[in-house]
Design a protein around this ligand. Structure first.
Ligand code: C2E
Ligand code: CA
Ligand code: CA
Ligand code: CA
Length: 278
């Protein structure tokens, strides 16, 4: 694994040196966090718009450092990538999300499935499919209980194992979901090559729905593409009742966003679910 901050400090101006040191501190902190349970998952509901019922939950990683405080995923996910910790992080997320799903069910909550985010690097690992199956089995879960979200960048990086791993995960019955759909370079050509079952309309389209006719046209077109390929299309980042209504009129089957709930810690999510289904 690559190490960050290994560059010799004499090549740095003192300011750069300070940055490199801060980075190294953060890298070590992340390594520690993975061992010491400083990482947590929050869960955001995905709503089946036809029935109003829960369709699934997305697990999102959270890190609160005892000293540095809350460090957002946009900061620590890239750090984990660069420092060779992303494999460990992905495995931890998978295990924790599956453990939590099983725990909710044991407590009598009906949660249909959990989605986890995996970075492109995780798909370099040919052991991933087996690891996923083991994790599911250990929690007495079925492959249909898990969805793995990936971004198109999974195919921008040309690692030889990626396609094999994706195909094998799919073959085992775990659904693959294309995250942030519509923002990448060549979304459409990837759709033909990737065994995905779900698309997530990027939230930038949803944000512009109310005021931008082009965004409206595109969200409709993306739904059309998804439908014709028999994919579930999930609208992300739904914040207002108007956005929700527009998406529903367009025929979107599933939506997710602050309108329904922010990502919540497990106990708060269970409470939310309790009141939402009453
Ligand atoms: P993402 O997978 O696209 O996740 C959705 C992000 O949008 C989350 O940010 C979520 O909190 C936020 N969000 C949800 N609803 C709304 C809404 O209505 N409005 C707005 N403005 N935002 C909303 P978060 O949790 O900060 O995560 C950011 C990104 O970090 C994620 O984007 C994902 O790419 C990455 N990430 C988070 N957890 C993990 C993880 O466990 N593994 C990996 N590899 N990446 C992760
Ligand atoms: Ca996601
Ligand atoms: Ca997304
Ligand atoms: Ca994103």
């Amino acid at each position: 694994a690559k190490s960050c901050g290994r560059n010799e400090s004499r090549f740095f101006s003192s300011e750069m040196n300070q940055l490199a040191q801060e980075r190294l501190r953060l890298e070590n902190a992340l390594r520690e966090a993975l061992q010491d349970n400083q990482l947590h998952l929050h869960y955001q509901p995905q709503i089946d718009l036809a029935s109003g019922r829960l369709y699934g939950v997305e697990a999102l990683a959270r890190w609160t450092h005892p000293e540095f405080g809350v460090i957002p995923p946009v900061r620590f996910i890239p750090l984990a990538e660069e420092c060779g910790l992303i494999g460990d992080l992905g495995r931890w997320v998978l295990r924790e999300a599956c453990r939590q799903l099983a725990a909710w069910r044991a407590a009598g909550l009906s949660v249909p499935a959990v989605s986890v985010n995996l970075s492109p690097t995780s798909f370099h690992n040919l052991d991933l499919p087996g690891m996923i199956s083991d994790t599911l089995a250990r929690n007495a879960l079925d492959s249909a209980d898990l969805t793995v979200e990936l971004t198109e960048s999974v195919l921008l990086d040309t690692h030889p194992s990626t396609m094999k791993t994706l195909t094998e995960v799919h073959a085992r019955g775990v659904r693959l979901s294309m995250d942030d759909f519509g923002t990448g370079y060549s979304s459409l050509s990837y759709l033909r090559r990737l065994p995905v079952s779900e698309l997530k309309l990027d939230r930038s389209f949803v944000a512009d729905l109310e005021h931008d006719e082009a965004a409206r046209a595109l969200s409709g077109a993306i739904l059309g593409i998804g439908k014709s390929l028999h994919l579930t299309v999930v609208a992300e980042g739904v914040e207002t009742p108007t956005q929700n209504e527009m998406l529903r009129e367009q025929g979107y089957p599933v939506a997710q966003g602050y309108l329904f709930s922010q990502p919540l810690p497990p106990d708060e999510f269970a409470r939310w679910l309790g009141t939402a289904v009453e």
